[in-house]
Design a protein around this ligand. Structure first.
Ligand SMILES: [Zn+2]
Length: 479
């Protein structure tokens, strides 16, 4: 094509502009991670030789190291040989009442966001709202904190501190109170009646507040999916949905609820529930499992299987492992030792359910149901941060690739919780929650635990800072 001479000055100006641009003053930045390999969790590609600029709480530029100018005032991290991934999520924790030792451990393990699922305190919502405002004001260091306040359960509830609803009217009122009070979501629980459950889901839809949690024992998993429950915890949907005796088990559960008021709350009531779960697992049918997984997929339900709570190695192994026990405050370590010496009614009722739990996750993953990494930290024998890395490994044992497992702690939670414009990938414009790893997590998911530095909301924590956080957690003593 013949060149139009009139266009040349413009072309020249453009070329000059590009040159000038490269030599121009560097973009303002408070932090630069130089020469790092950026891991794209969307497609699993690696971009080596990148420099990532952060200004304040945001990633502002990512480019080839030779082409990105670093402002003089920026703090520089040498990223050569390292891999940069988005900050990790633990999508199922109970931490509101244990901040002082949980939060440093989360940050030290690269966990920059959590979803808190209930705390057994009098006013759980007031407590989590206070935590959120302290985090926002910067007077508390910890992960981003999505939270529900109290769980909503039937009468009598499984746990103290629950919001108890007996019928549709109370259910709607409970949703209104939680929504008005600023809860990020509603958590539903085991003992809700089908009527109350349906009313919660309906009112929550009207109020625009998501509903996460257990599938109540009296509700069919496919009805929970169709009603719009966003996440199902602990693989409960599959446990119940896979059972060939589901209908008779549901009828039996009504009998259990009627006997409950006469039972001592612990351990009989707890063991009774888990004996019932055990029977659901014993009547597991592979075709029903696949059908349930397909139904959950159709209704865009997200699964948070918390495999780490059914991990094959029990409390004794954990308590014998210095790598785990050294992280714990002495009072917690001693408390867990005392607990491990007693029989656990839940473990006794359930026996080992690790195998079907892994198989269910494999079926969910094959069906295309998004999986989130969550741990149930706050329960005994689960260590904030460290257990999340264990969960990632368990997910790969269930058949997820290391990339899939990494997504389960980054992109998938960000999408599920409506935060993908802000979090979940390493991209310019997003909030600066980042983890710098010493080795490639896509080769071995265990490499996600080899942490050189963490950035939480733009604030850099180098290895020495992370070690100081570990020491602070271990030194914590109850008041
Ligand atoms: Zn939980």
């Amino acid at each position: 094509m013949r060149q139009d001479p009139r266009r040349r000055p413009f072309a020249l100006a453009t070329a000059l502009g590009l040159v000038l641009g490269a030599c121009a003053a560097p973009r303002p930045a408070t932090l630069a991670i130089r020469d790092v390999t950026v891991v794209d969790v969307v497609d699993g590609t690696l971009a080596p030789g990148r420099t990532v600029l952060v200004d304040g709480d945001r990633i502002v530029e990512i480019g080839a190291s030779g082409e990105v100018a670093i402002a003089k005032r920026a703090e520089v991290v040498e990223g050569a040989g390292g891999f940069l991934v988005p900050g990790l999520w633990d999508a199922h924790v109970h931490s509101a009442a244990s901040l002082d030792w949980h939060f440093p451990l989360f940050l030290a393990h690269g966990v920059t966001s959590v979803r808190n699922m209930h705390s057994t305190v009098d006013d759980a919502l007031a407590l989590v709202r206070e935590i959120q405002s302290r985090l926002e004001a910067g007077t508390l260091a910890g992960p981003r904190f999505l939270a529900n306040g109290a769980i909503v359960d039937g009468d009598p509830p499984s746990w103290p501190g629950s919001v108890v609803v007996r019928d549709a009217e109370e259910a709607r009122a409970a949703v209104d109170r939680l929504a008005d009070g600023g809860a990020d979501f509603v958590k539903v629980y085991d003992r809700l009646t089908p009527e109350a459950y349906a009313a919660i889901l309906e009112r929550a839809r009207e109020r625009g507040i998501p509903v996460d949690g257990h599938v109540p024992a009296s509700v069919r998993p496919r009805d929970a999916a169709a009603a719009g429950q966003r996440t199902i915890e602990h693989g409960i949907g599959m446990t119940l949905g896979c059972s060939s005796a589901a209908d008779s088990l549901r009828a039996e559960y009504r009998g259990f609820l009627e006997r409950l008021p006469q039972m001592p709350p612990y351990p009989d009531a707890v063991a009774g529930h888990f004996q019932w779960v055990r029977r659901a697992i014993e009547t597991r049918d592979a075709e029903r499992c696949r059908e349930t997984a397909r139904t959950l997929r159709e209704h865009s339900v997200v699964s948070v299987p918390t495999l780490v709570i059914t991990a094959a190695s029990g409390p004794e192994a954990l308590l014998a492992d210095e790598a785990w026990t050294s992280l714990l405050p002495a009072s917690v370590r001693e408390g867990w030792r005392a607990m491990s010496a007693q029989t656990d009614p839940i473990a006794e009722a359930l026996g080992s359910t690790a195998e079907p739990a892994l198989d269910n996750v494999r079926l969910l993953h094959e069906a295309g149901v998004p999986i989130l990494a969550g741990t149930d930290v706050g329960n005994p024998f689960l260590v904030p941060g460290r257990s999340l890395h264990r969960e990632l490994a368990r997910l790969t044992e269930a058949g997820l690739s290391p990339l899939d497992a990494l997504r389960a702690a980054t992109l998938s939670p960000a999408r599920t919780f409506g935060l993908e414009d802000e979090l979940g990938t390493v991209e310019a414009g997003k909030l600066a929650d980042l983890v710098l790893l010493e080795a490639n997590p896509l080769e071995r998911i265990e490499n996600a635990g080899r942490i050189a530095a963490v950035v939480r909301n733009g604030r850099l924590l180098r290895r020495a800072d992370l070690d100081a956080l570990l020491a602070r957690a271990a030194a914590w003593t109850p008041e």
